[in-house]
Design a protein around this ligand. Structure first.
Ligand SMILES: Cc1ncc(COP(=O)(O)O)c(C=O)c1O
Length: 433
């Protein structure tokens, strides 16, 4: 039964949600969004929430950026859908743009709808072209919720449990997670341990000649906002080259200026074989894609992969506008600078905090890892901090292999005043008794 609206106008909708929406859909906050602008979401009561979640790292240019809205409106009046029946202008323009902004050897783009679908496509490409079955992923990774991407996901058992059997030929290597490593403080050894683990896989589990691809997030996202230490992916590139293995970089969460560069892999200065993107690409419209080299994609015959909705004109128009905004507003530079300032402030706070164990990240992709009294990962504390932020009308999400990390992913054009306000709210929330 639908409840009558009284003073809280969210309630009738929450009641309908409880009645009609599949309960598998987990929401982080019981707020009914009515509209959003910039860094704020407004609920049905008109209450404003400072949004440090950006729809899980999607609204990099802020909610409803006027240039994105205008591009979508204009496109809707001209052409909404064609699928692969004919070519369309926005797809071609976006492919050109994506080739321009990704590492220089990547020059052949494909667009899909979601991050998971793009990862699936990237793995299909690697398997088809190499003729090899196996994929090596990394512990703590998240690549999606379809069967293949679920099999590649090891950030939490929760995402895989009771869905077996999952696709096979996946071997999981050790992600160099320094904060929880017994070599903490010695980054070289942390890297070395992960590289030796791959060597072990090659000797005990899978012949490298059977491996189609490595797939890695440059910063574990769902797995806890853990950046791969500098130099690790470069080493991975060398191993991949030695054995004819493709290197797939999953930039679904790290892309589009989130980490202070257009793509996080730029920090490593290496060229992947395939780069996967989604989330921040289209200002909130559903779109994803992957870009590879023409010499690779020329070996994938037309029709061996495809999609009905992927790369539809409206999403492509939104992506073109979004990329323009990122470039015009210099959001990569802003993300790098503001991220460094926020981390500096939170590291200072950490000095006097019993529970805030680690502050890490790149640009405006910042993770705060919480510990209990014994130094063990504490989901309970992370949840408490998130709840206290929400009481102060600020939305933050948790992540991490045990839910012990708070992730800060504000719009990249959040104002200085709102960034300051966010830090004030967080510090107040982190002052636990
Ligand atoms: C790194 C990474 N890859 C893939 C995905 C899957 O994206 P989607 O939820 O759009 O399928 C996600 C989603 O969080 C992600 O963070």
């Amino acid at each position: 039964m639908v409840m009558t609206d009284t003073t809280n106008k969210n309630l009738s909708y929450l009641a309908m949600d409880d009645e009609y929406v599949n309960p598998v859909l987990a929401r982080s906050a019981r707020i009914v969004a009515h509209k959003a602008k910039g860094s704020y979401i407004y609920d049905r009561n008109g209450d404003a929430y400072l949004d440090l979640s950006t729809g899980i790292a999607v609204n990099n240019v802020g909610h409803c950026h006027p240039k994105v809205v205008e591009a979508v409106k204009k496109q809707c009046e001209e052409l909404i859908h064609t699928s692969v029946v004919v070519h369309h202008e926005r797809y071609i323009e976006l492919a050109k743009k994506v080739v321009e902004i990704t590492p220089k050897t990547l020059n052949s783009a494909f667009f899909a709808n979601s991050g998971a679908e793009a990862v699936e496509g990237a793995v299909k490409l690697a398997r088809y072209v190499t003729g090899r079955p196996a994929v090596i992923n990394f512990r703590g990774s998240f690549h999606g919720r379809t069967f293949m991407t679920m099999a590649l996901t090891t950030s939490k058992l929760y995402y895989r449990e009771n869905y077996e059997p999952l696709p096979g030929a996946i071997h999981t290597a050790l992600f160099p997670y320094e904060y929880r490593s017994h070599y903490k403080g010695d980054t070289k050894k942390v890297i070395q341990e992960s590289l030796e683990y791959i060597d072990m896989l090659f000797h005990q589990f899978i012949n490298p000649a059977q491996v189609a691809a490595f797939i890695i997030e440059p910063i574990l996202g769902e797995g806890g906002y853990v950046p791969a230490p500098e130099g690790f992916i470069k080493e991975l590139r060398k191993i991949a080259d030695e054995h004819g293995i493709m290197l797939i970089i999953d930039e679904v969460q790290t892309g589009f200026a989130r980490t202070g560069k257009m793509f996080c892999i730029e920090y490593e200065g290496i060229e992947p074989d395939i780069l996967v993107m989604a989330k921040g690409i289209a200002g909130g419209m559903p779109l994803s894609g992957f870009v590879s080299r023409r010499d690779i994609t020329n070996k994938w015959p037309a029709g061996r992969h495809g999609t009905t909705f992927g790369g539809n004109p409206v999403s492509c128009a939104a992506a073109l506008a979004t990329i323009d905004v990122i470039q015009e507003e210099k959001l990569a530079e802003r993300s790098a600078k503001m991220g460094a300032d926020i981390m500096k402030r939170l590291k200072k706070f950490q000095e006097s905090s019993k529970h805030l164990g680690d502050v890490r990240g790149k640009g405006l992709m910042i993770g705060l890892e919480f510990n209990d009294e014994k130094g063990a990962p504490s989901k309970e504390i992370a949840d408490q901090v998130a709840a206290k932020c929400l009481e102060q009308k600020m939305i933050v999400l948790t992540c991490g292999q045990q839910g012990q990390v708070i992730r800060l992913i504000p719009p990249l054009n959040i104002s200085d005043a709102d960034a300051e306000k966010a830090c004030d709210i967080l510090e107040k929330a982190m002052k636990l008794k």
